[in-house]
Design a binder for this molecule. Sequence first.
Ligand SMILES: Cc1cc2nc3c(=O)[nH]c(=O)nc-3n(C[C@H](O)[C@H](O)[C@H](O)COP(=O)(O)OP(=O)(O)OC[C@H]3O[C@@H](n4cnc5c(N)ncnc54)[C@H](O)[C@@H]3O)c2cc1C
Ligand code: FES
Ligand code: FES
Length: 490
Amino acid sequence: MAVVLHCNDGELRTSAPAGTPLLEVLREQAGLTAAKPGCGTGDCGACLVLLGARAAPGATPVYELHHACLTTVAMAEGGHVVTAEGLVGEELGPVQRALLHAGAVQCGYCTAGLVVGLTWALLAGVEPRRAALGNLCRCTGYGGIRRACDVLASHGAWSLGELLPAGTRAVAARLPVRAPQHLSLDERRWVAGGTDEIPEHRHQLVAHRRPTLLRRVPDLGGIAGEPRGLRLGAAVTVAEIQGSALVERRWPGLAEHLDRFGSPAVRAAATLGGNLVHASPTADLAIPLLAMGAVVVLAGPHGTREVPLDRFHVGYHRTERRRDEVLVAVRIPDPPAGAVLHLEKVAKRPHDDIASVSLAMRAVAVPERRLAAVRVAAGGVAPTPLLLVRTAAALEGAAGEVDRARVALGVLGAEIAPIDDLRGSAAYKRALLGHLLLAALDRWHPGVATAVLLDGAVAPGGVRPGVPVPGREQVPVGDGIRCGEGVRPR
Ligand SMILES: Cc1cc2nc3c(=O)[nH]c(=O)nc-3n(C[C@H](O)[C@H](O)[C@H](O)COP(=O)(O)OP(=O)(O)OC[C@H]3O[C@@H](n4cnc5c(N)ncnc54)[C@H](O)[C@@H]3O)c2cc1C
Ligand code: FES
Ligand code: FES
């Protein structure tokens, strides 16, 4: 059966299997070669396109940034695909002119992706430099790209008419409402944002009839307040969590922290359910949610059940979910009065990278410089995202804050089991997590990190600074990049 896509200023009809990457159809069937094949895994941004959808009759279509290499034909069906070709009218558009005049175009391989990404930024009111974080330029022309971003940012708000040529605007104006999908529990093959599923199972997806697209199932969307917390639909995206006022009011800082999750195009597609079900030990939503005390809601042929998130991940990429169950929602209890959530992520690159180690800590400061309601979670130090129950208990102890920190660091060392891998040696991750815990504690007890670090007797992760460890001459504590507040380990 042919699939019809609205594309630039016209229609695109394809009989390619529904799981075929959009990039392949654009380039090989439609002859639209501006979007380039680069990494094929969502890492370089050369294939970026806009995908517009109208949610309800009369509503303005909303355009999201998508990697055409990670978008299937079925995911684009009924939407409006806009490639760099669709952004050129009689003359070059403002983004193309800015890149040209700033000397940001060399071989041009990354340029079409940049044009689309920056156009999305101007449409969505996102700072252009931030939007360009997911675009790699193999010619390394970043100086010119930054200059072009600054010129675009200095203009103020842009209208749709300035950014989309007349033909593309006309298709946007008559875009029909997108048909929703219904959840079929018999299907057992689900795709949400596809940012894990497509790179890992691309070939099975092309062969598969039509997996249910969870982002199109209305019941799996939305963020709503409950009597004592929040309920987030499993198909809510990282970008939607970042944009939610309900989340920001209860958990300030989470949205900003999630800026370190992939790139804007990854955040537009990646869902909460996908992050938890894929069950990576470094899953960037799982770590804060563990510290926040989240519960997952699973629905299957035998009904619905709730599982605390700390019991959901049972092994490396394995969860408590049965094959015929779908994760429908995540419930997050309201934070205890006075609670603060502290978040840390260390990766090899500041943006668009998976964590080497991450930490989330929630606690309430109580009289006599004590802590209560402590929950600590860590990523990258065990086969699963890990709730550090014993470390949290040590932090609630009665001793002074420096002694408590020392005890907690010892307990932490026994509670984790990192391995050597591409993101660092086990020793490095141990030391790093210890430092991240100290940085978190400094938020509640300023100066405690310095006091512990100056005392050579106990060191984070059980490794003394300056003591050689196997495989490394020196433990390079804190040589990654981290966000959050507190002490910056060097
Ligand atoms: C370039 C790039 C950068 C990335 N950066 C990060 C990062 O910084 N941090 C991070 O944590 N992750 C990162 N990821 C990984 C990925 O984006 C996340 O894990 C994301 O949340 C997965 O969600 P998804 O909706 O894309 O899942 P999908 O790929 O659609 O699905 C993943 C798996 O979960 C299943 N599934 C999805 N939803 C449900 C549900 N509701 N019920 C049952 N099963 C379900 C699918 O069938 C599939 O098996 C990155 C990925 C890419 C490609
Ligand atoms: S080809 Fe690199 S992000 Fe799609
Ligand atoms: S200009 Fe050559 S890849 Fe960017």
